[in-house]
Design a protein around this ligand. Structure first.
Ligand code: JFZ
Length: 465
């Protein structure tokens, strides 16, 4: 063996070591970002698989919780500053009180996991302009402006990475009630038309979106919102930032130009299936940000029906919780979500990666006589069952089965096998012909089942009608 310890070899070794170390550092950084997808299908793959996500609205508004100076502020909690026309100099004082000592990122992620959710989207900055992470762009953030001094998004990103949960960021690109040139705050800064909106975009929103896409690992999506004053040119600048820094990151439907998927109105579920990729953002009560007085929680059964309604129409369900000022997700909402998660443990095969219904008549029909609020024909919703699909399989989630059995809608394929999901014996479900209609005699799997899933294994990949 030749000795290497001449001074020249030593310094060569040192240089080599340095090179290795610096490549490692670069790798650690770049491996933070997922490779560029080769097609839109590849880009959308995780989203189409996931189906169910957790939305989190959290910020300074959790402190007033729907009330300001003893007066109730009507509407959604995170809008309190706007509703009550609170001056920036008063509202920003809230930062000094923000000290959510019970915040535990791991617990939040665990809750989402228990609920069967496959991605989390959190408000990195809502309309009030306050950033929930350490931002070099603006000191109005959770580390530099609060006694808490912890980077909430860093902790959440780390917990998500540990648990294999996808993480995305809501970012209010247009409305910023804290910035003199952001949209929305007319009580401090006058009408939006007189503002230098591009100055705000260039100096706050764009740099902050860059920060979010560089310091927090892979970001599954950016959820832009309320695109006031967002011209196509302005919106395109955000598209370019996202594409350049993280080409695999999805953009929602509220940037100002077309994103990677369509976002419905809040809590809105379309009457019929859609062919594109889409998502319904929804609340578990009537607010996004925490409100002390809103305890009107949707039940697990309601949530489950909405989930299956959405999935059977080809969409994703992004369901929100609003943690309180201590950092706690209100227990009733967490409990209800966990109940849905227990259902998904058994019946998840009908949800994750499942495609839309090949039928449509189960959604209901337009009334010939009755009109809705807008004078359009009223859609009479049917809610007995919803249908999802995978190649060769049809999943019928039954919410209400008539005693005589479930009439299957007409289709040409032979049924090779029928059973109830989660039945370890895969016991055959009898299907009888009654006047040319196939009737499934589905046994209720237990006395407490709110819904259960009938699986039909069919001849061929797809339903032929
Ligand atoms: C926006 C926000 O203003 C609100 O605070 C919350 O973050 C929510 C998720 O999004 O509110 C909207 C935006 C769009 C519609 C409704 C409420 N819409 O298109 O029906």
């Amino acid at each position: 063996m030749k000795t290497l310890d001449t001074p020249a070899m030593c310094s060569l070794g040192f240089v080599l070591l340095l090179c290795v170390a610096s490549t490692c550092a670069v790798n650690a950084q770049t491996s933070n970002v997922l490779p560029a997808p080769r097609s839109q299908d590849e880009k959308m793959a995780w989203f189409r698989e996931a189906k169910f996500g957790l939305f989190i609205h959290w910020g300074l508004y959790a402190i007033p919780a729907g009330e300001w100076k003893g007066k109730r502020s009507p509407g959604i909690g995170e809008w309190v500053m706007h509703r009550m026309k609170i001056p920036v100099k008063d509202y920003e004082q809230l930062a000094q009180q923000f000290n959510p000592f019970k915040f535990d990122a791991e617990e939040w992620v665990k809750m989402a996991e228990d609920a069967g959710m496959r991605y989390i989207v959190i408000t990195s900055k809502h309309h009030d302009g306050f950033a929930l992470y350490r931002s070099k762009t603006s000191p109005y953030n959770v580390v530099d402006a609060t006694p808490f001094r912890r980077d909430v998004l860093k902790e959440l990103a780390a917990a998500c990475a540990r648990r294999g949960m996808k993480l995305g960021f809501y970012y209010s690109q247009a409305q910023d009630w804290h910035d003199p040139n952001g949209a929305g705050n007319t009580w401090d800064f006058g009408p939006d038309e007189n503002k230098d909106f591009d100055k705000y975009l260039r100096e706050k929103a764009e740099p902050q979106v860059r920060e979010l896409l560089t310091g927090y690992g892979p970001v599954c999506l950016v959820w832009f919102d309320t695109p006031r004053m967002m011209t196509p040119e302005r919106s395109q600048r955000f598209v370019e930032i996202v594409e350049k820094l993280q080409p695999a990151t999805l953009i929602d439907g509220r940037l100002g130009v077309k994103g990677d998927y369509f976002t419905t109105g809040d809590n809105f579920i379309p009457d019929l299936a859609r062919d594109d990729d889409w998502e319904t953002p929804a609340t578990v009560n009537h607010t996004w940000g925490f409100r002390r007085d809103d305890e009107d929680w949707k039940s697990p059964g309601e949530i489950l029906f909405k989930l299956m309604d959405i999935v059977s129409k080809g969409g994703n369900y992004l369901l929100n919780v609003g943690p309180d000022a201590d950092g706690v997700i209100p227990k009733p909402s967490a409990d209800n979500l966990r109940t849905v998660g227990r259902w998904l443990k058994v019946y998840g095969e009908a949800v994750y990666g499942a495609g839309r219904s090949p039928f449509g008549e189960e959604f209901g029909e337009f009334s010939a006589a009755q009109k809705d609020r807008n004078g359009k024909p009223l859609f009479l919703v049917r809610n007995d069952w919803r249908c999802t699909t995978k190649p060769g399989k049809v999943y019928i989630t039954i919410f209400n089965v008539p005693r005589e059995g479930l009439d299957l809608p007409p289709f040409k394929n032979q049924i090779r096998k029928a059973y109830v999901l989660g039945d370890p014996q895969k016991q055959e479900v009898t299907i009888e012909m009654v006047n040319g209609v196939r009737v499934a005699r589905v046994p209720r799997p237990g006395p407490h089942a709110t819904a259960y899933v009938l699986v039909l294994e069919i001849e061929g990949d797809k339903i032929e009608r």
